[in-house]
Design a protein around this ligand. Sequence first.
Ligand code: ATP
Length: 622
Amino acid sequence: MSTETIEFQAEARQLLQLMIHSIYSNKDVFLRELVSNASDALDKLRLASYQDKDLGADVDDLHVELAVDPEARTLTVRDNGIGMSRDDVVGLIGTIARSGSAEMLAQLRAAKESGAASEEASAELIGQFGVGFYSSFMVADRVEMVTRRAGEAAGVHWESAGEGTYTVDDAADAPQGTSITLHLKPVDAEDGLHDYADESVVRGLVKRYSDFITWPIRIGDDTVNSRKALWSRPQSDVSPEEYSEFYRHVSHDWQEPLETVRLSAEGTFEYQALLFLPAHAPMDLFMRDARRGVQLYVKRVFIMEDCEALVPEYLRFVKGVVDAADLSLNVSREILQQDRQIQLIRKRLVKKVLSTIRTMLDTDAEKYATFWTELGRALKEGLLSDGDNRQAILEVCSFPTTHDAEQQTTLADYVARMPEGQDAIYYMTGDSRTALEGSPHMEAFRAKGYEVLLLTDPVDEVWVDMVPEFDGRPLASIAKGDVDLGGDDLDDETKQGFDGLLTWLGTALEDDVKEVRLSHRLTTSAACLVGDPGDLTPTLEKMYRAMGQEPPKVKRILELNPQSPLVVGLNRAHAERPDDEELRGIARLLHGTALLAEGGDLPDPAAFAAALTAQLERSLGE
Ligand SMILES: Nc1ncnc2c1ncn2[C@@H]1O[C@H](COP(=O)(O)OP(=O)(O)OP(=O)(O)O)[C@@H](O)[C@H]1O
């Protein structure tokens, strides 16, 4: 095939522009990215040759090689790993296929347009995303790549200046693996561009960023890195910087990890794990194909990334490595799911991660707050899916609360604050803090001084139905079931005086409500709507609709405040003129107002507006 000039995919082009006009101040990290890719390529080749004896690849001396040419001002990073076919090159290098990329670029554009903090904001976003190979263009104005996929006869030559296009042509005698040559930009110390054609500079960068890579990284005949797998070294021997670099290698994150977790077992079933909690939510955390971040090794040999058998979905943000001693190198994902030893590791891993979060909560409030803000929403999914650890998860959860406008609260702290006489943990779910705080359901609780948890994450709607209690106290929604806080001083006779009204309203509003009753939860509002304990909440109904499903219509219960002038007046009017059509209009207004007050959506806003206008006209006309 002759030389072809191909355009970068639009998103790739944008990312390259960002790299060229480098928003990231630490340019040195391009080498870490290239070495990391080379190391992955060697891992992949070793595994492929285990799995396919006929691959015909040479795996005798797998290594990474760095070569500088100060005259020509080039730096070459070469590996004899898996390599890429022509299609791979076009698909992997010319496009960004990763989920979250479109969203990230939209955020980047917004950050750039927003002025002053833009450089930093962009760098941070790039950091969250990781740009791998493209970071070459921070230090080079032209990049060449020659690569040949293991098992294929011919190679490919790729070249680009990082602008709109790249070229690919054949490279008939390319050696197996990938060789990337950077035509370096001039040194510019002020801009953080060091002399990457200087061997001692390159050597320093390898020691600093890539020392733990288990493959030899050579400059000439000299192996520069110490090659020790971090997870097999005694904890006290590994510096925080080394952990950080390793974290960046496994996570493709450019920032520091929030927490490092180590775990190991000896004896009949041996394994070691080195895990990290990130300091921010990965871009794809809430996307359907979100990756899980734990890689599986067997005796130092890389087996697979994104190993879902090792971590439950709700801990998908955990990054790192598990190295198991007694597994076959040929294990498949399907076999792993069934493997008893893997299940044991998974169990311990979950417990260890939860106990690490617990320790953060107990000893480092700021760190815990970062964790919770970034990743709490994912962790709460565990309340649904992981019954065995539900208690431990609940203990490390925090929730917004009426007790404090800013700080969230743990359930333990909530319980500690419960006044005498309060026997349940009260919460309300809904769309926003403002709507919940203004909702009529809150009135009696506020009057009593009872704290209410304000749960506004979609997942909250679901887990609350699966968690009956905490620390022996039932969890109770203030918008469901019957609530009696004992503040009601109406006698039975007065209450009976409303019987006629309640029955009539039940019929007048039968399309919308299943019952009308007197309320114990209102102090000022005339009415509110509540559900039975098992009922779908309005927010949940909305969520179903957003997912394209039509839930069965849920009729709620209308509760009236017998001390509200409106209710008293309506009661009197109904007793005097039970057949008055106008009262029906008022009944509908009462129902609509209760919906509005809780932040709900009126099923027919136009009809409500017309009824309200007619009512206002009448009151002015009189
Ligand atoms: N030296 C290499 N040998 C073989 N394949 C490579 C090499 N460098 C890059 N690739 C391929 O190109 C892809 C994109 O590389 P890039 O550095 O842009 O992404 P990345 O940050 O490594 O992210 P990820 O590997 O998680 O997709 C890699 O995933 C890999 O498949």
